[in-house]
Design a protein around this ligand. Structure first.
Ligand code: ZN
Ligand code: ZN
Length: 164
């Protein structure tokens, strides 16, 4: 099977996920407040990888000054703790978030322009599983992140090599 760069399908059933989120909140003695719901909706309506600050900005643009930064950050933390979003460290001290979708994928991060490419290769997944199995390790999750230069930055890097 050839490797695929997966554009995420939007096959996620939002009502199911929000129900799961509500259940999770209940188990943790938290409520689905309008603010938490707002954050949830925004997070699940975008396929971007975003920082907490970016999410706050987006919500402010849409909802106005009533949006509190602390509330957004805290709600995002709750989503992360509950496993509804995944974090991605860019390697430059920034943490990005994305909602968990039905399709697992890994990331390539450009160290120059921060562009993120998603990729998925069943062969890599399988090798990881076999490696774990061989030593009786049970995988809960994995993060496979490549850092480097995207095509554009690699090209530019090549052409400006002479200035050191
Ligand atoms: Zn780049
Ligand atoms: Zn991603």
């Amino acid at each position: 099977m050839p490797p695929t760069t997966s554009k995420r399908e939007h096959s996620l059933q939002r009502p199911t996920v929000i129900k799961r989120f509500e259940d999770y909140l209940k188990r943790n003695n938290l409520k689905l407040t309008p603010q938490r719901q707002q954050v949830f909706e925004k997070v699940f309506s975008t396929n971007e990888h975003f920082s907490a600050e970016r999410l706050y900005e987006l919500l402010r643009e849409e909802e106005g000054d009533g949006v509190s930064r602390a509330t957004v950050y805290r709600a995002l933390e709750v989503l992360a703790k509950g496993g509804f979003v995944e974090t991605l460290e860019t390697g430059r001290g920034e943490v990005l978030y994305e909602h968990k979708g039905p399709n697992h994928h890994d990331h390539m991060v450009c160290v120059e322009c921060s562009k993120i490419e998603e990729f998925h290769d069943e062969r890599i997944e399988e090798l990881q599983e076999r490696a774990a199995e061989a030593i009786g390790f049970v995988i809960v999750s994995h993060v496979h992140r490549l850092t480097g230069l995207c095509r554009a930055c690699a090209a530019q890097n090549g052409s400006s090599k002479q200035d050191g």
